[in-house]
Structures are given as C-alpha cells and as structure tokens.
Ligand binder design. Structure first.
Ligand code: ZN
Ligand code: MN
Length: 436
C-alpha cells in the first residue's frame, strides 16, 4: 500500500510593535538584560488589567488581509488556561472561537491553493533559561518576552510534501517582512513553526484519526528534516499494523530525530473562556477596507510585475522581490533606463551594492555604466589575445577539440588573465571560431 502525508502548520510571528500586547513595556526583548522590561501586567500580578495594543491588532488584521482572509467585524479575546512556569498568570490571552481573521488562502507557484484556517492575536510567554549556578543545575525565568504581541497563522492540512511546505513558509516570511510588521527572524524566535503531521493511505479522502505535532522548530531546514523523519516513522508504524499515537514531539537538531514529549492536549483541556478584563472588539467595514487599501505591494504581485512587465526570469523575479527596498530600487532604476531592464537586474543580483537602501537609482545606473566601461569588448584586442593564448596552450585546444568543454573555460580564463575583465560571450565565440 502506498501512503501520503497530511501536513498543516501553525506559525507564530512576534510583532515588532513598540510596546507589548497588553501593557506599555517595550516589545523588543532580544538581548536585553533579563527581567528589565516588565510590569505588573506582563508579570501576571493579581489585579493588573490588560489594555490591548491597537497597532498590534491593526497589523494582525493586515496580515490576515494579505492572506485573503475574511475579517470578523466583531471579535474577542479568550483565556487559554494551562500551567507552565513561563506563564505567570496561569493562562495565555489568545483568541478561540472568534479570531480576527479566518478562511483565507495562499496559492503556491504550482497553482495549488493552501487554505488558511485562521489568523489570530495572542501574547507571547516568558522564557526559561536552563543554566548552572554555583554548581547547581537551575532554571531561570526571563519575563521580558512575556506579553509580546504574537500572531498565530493556522493552515488547513493541505500540504502533501515538504517542498510545498517550504515554499509556503518562505512566502509567509516574505509577506510579513513586506508588511514590515516583524523581522520574522527564525534564529531570534520572531518566527516559530509547528507542524501537524499524519499519514494516510493514498486515495483515502478523510483525514487520519490522529495527528502528531512538532513544536517550535526554528529553521526551514530543520522543519523539513523533522517532517521527513516523521513521514518515515509513521509510515513504518502503519505498515506494521500499529496506529501512531496522538502526541506532541520535539526535534533533536543533532540526531535529526523527533522524540515524544507528551500526549497532545485537546482544545477542551485548555478550558477556554472569554477574557473578562477586555470588552469584545468591533470594527467597521470602512476601517477594514482602509487597512486593505493601505497594504503594500505583496511579493506575489512584485513577482508578476517583474516577470510580465520587465521580462525577468522567475528565478530573478524571486530574488528581486525578496525585499521591498530591493524591488523599489530595481523598478525605479528601470524607469530611468527602460531599455536596460535585464542588465540592471543582473547587476543588482550579481553585484548587489552593499548599501541597497541608500543607493539611489541614478547612482546605480552610474555604477553599471562604470562597470560596462571597464569590460574589454574590442573584438580585435580579444582576437589577438586569444591567438596568443591558443598558441601557448595546445593541450587545452586538443582537449576542447576532443569534446572537453571545460577546456574552453580555461582558455577564456587565460584571455582574462591577459586583458582583465572581458566580454565573456564575445571571447567565447572568438575562441570557438579560431579553433574551428
Ligand atoms: Zn509590562
Ligand atoms: Mn499560539
């Protein structure tokens, strides 16, 4: 029997707002002295009252709009109850049955549509730090991250391969960066991935009766490895007639294996109930539409523009749409010199100036012109240099004649040693003609 993977994702994005989700403490916690950015609200002290961050809510909804979600005009926060030392209140303020955004989608380059179940707003937890103090193994708690705005994007279990998943997750990262609502930096934990994986016989329509969740993986490469490991592990269990357990598993980066952490909670274990300290929120459709109108050009639209209007390859379009400053620099430069759109793209991709944001389109054109002038493209000069090179390297000429194309690059390299930067195409064709 052949099997297929049923894969979905929960992605957490830490928003780069000035202040935290429900208090005025700074949200930028990375590398700050432990517990230097806390207050009674984010420490979860009794009686402290949360006040929602309007910018965080606006950004969460904008991300939902960018993912073609429907936005609820009325919404609320809920308490998700669980015990863990990094969660001093004993509950996380999150959203349960009325998320800000739901029923969206994102299309992959193959045209396949991935369903977005929901995009909701919640708060981050504190961070445990395991260390040794005075010879004793100790765990310290840093609450700087506690209460940082966190958006959770939940997909439908629509992925059937890790390649689809990687494309999707990278696209999410790019959209978040284009919206400029988070660095989405995985190493710093600003973007964190959880995968839901199960296996079913190919051809079966209904979802498997179990799923395995892999928590908090911090790189695209590791999530791919973790999922691939799970596909093999679960398939082997099914082939042996066993049912994989519904559980949460961690990923060991050193061994490349997943390991059981705990049996997975069901939603009712969290005893969700409406957050009594924050009134329900309502929006007008005018407000939502004005946010939609304020969305920047998204990566997909940038790529379409680069491919259709500027004639670039899909690969080059991907690179130039990878950040909005680079895209803007490219399109503005092309406006000044439309006939050289491909040349400008090549220059930006191969020789990208270190100072993207500060280089003006005019400066960029001047750099390109400079570079062109330094390239030797006089056929007579190249011709006489190539003649010398061929005479001095009979073995390479023989190799090339015998079909070793590699020898041609060696000969071009020798002409470059003689003349410096040369027009490679021209040099290639001159050498070929001479050998003929
Ligand atoms: Zn605080
Ligand atoms: Mn969450």
């Amino acid at each position: 029997m052949s099997y297929e993977v049923v894969l979905g994702f929960e992605t957490h994005i830490e928003l780069a707002t000035n202040s935290k989700m429900f208090c005025g403490c700074p949200a930028d916690h990375f590398g700050k002295p432990p517990n230097s950015q806390t207050c009674p609200v984010c420490l979860g002290l009794p009686g402290a009252l949360p006040v929602p961050n309007a910018t965080a809510i606006e950004w969460c909804i904008k991300l939902g709009l960018a993912l073609d979600c429907r936005v609820s005009l009325s919404s609320k926060f809920d308490r998700k109850n669980y015990f863990y030392p990094d969660l001093p209140k004993g509950y996380q303020i999150s959203q349960y049955d009325e998320p800000f955004c739901h029923s969206g989608h994102l299309d992959l380059s193959s045209g396949k549509r991935i369903g977005i179940t929901r995009v909701h707003m919640e708060e981050d937890t504190g961070k445990l730090q395991h260390s040794e103090i005075a010879g004793r193994r100790s765990t310290l708690i840093d609450f700087n991250r506690s209460g940082v705005p966190l958006v959770e994007i939940v997909t439908e279990p629509d992925f059937r391969s890790t390649d689809e998943a990687t494309e999707f997750l990278k696209e999410i990262q790019q959209i978040v960066r284009t919206l400029q609502i988070s660095t989405a930096d995985m190493e710093k934990g600003s973007m964190r991935l959880e995968a839901n994986i199960s296996i079913r016989p190919k051809g079966q329509v209904e979802l498997p009766k179990y799923k395995v969740e892999i928590k908090n993986v911090n790189s695209f490469r590791f999530i791919k490895k973790a999922v691939e490991f799970e596909i093999i592990r679960q398939t082997q269990l099914l082939e042996a007639g066993q049912a994989p357990a519904q559980e949460t598993r961690g990923f060991n980066e050193e061994t490349g294996e997943t390991f059981s952490q705990r049996s997975k909670e069901a939603a009712h274990d969290y005893r969700y109930f409406p957050e009594p300290d924050i009134p329900p929120l309502t929006f007008t459709s005018e407000q939502i539409e004005s946010w939609r109108a304020a969305l920047p050009l998204l990566p997909k639209a940038m790529r379409q523009d680069l491919e259709k209007n500027h004639g670039l390859s899909s690969n080059n379009a991907h690179i130039l749409s990878s950040n909005i400053e680079l895209y803007n620099l490219y399109t503005q430069t092309v406006k000044l010199d439309p006939s050289n759109s491909k040349l400008i793209a090549d220059y930006l991709i191969n020789k990208r100036p270190g100072t993207d944001q500060t280089t003006s389109p005019g400066q960029l054109l001047a750099q390109i012109k400079d570079q062109r002038q330094n390239i030797e493209s006089d056929p007579d000069k190249i011709h006489s240099s190539a003649q010398k090179v061929l005479a001095a390297n009979p073995q390479a000429v023989a190799d090339f004649t015998a079909g070793k194309t590699q020898a041609l690059f060696f000969l071009i390299g020798q002409v470059k040693r003689d003349l410096g930067q040369v027009d490679t195409q021209l040099t290639k064709s001159i050498i070929e003609k001479l050998i003929d």
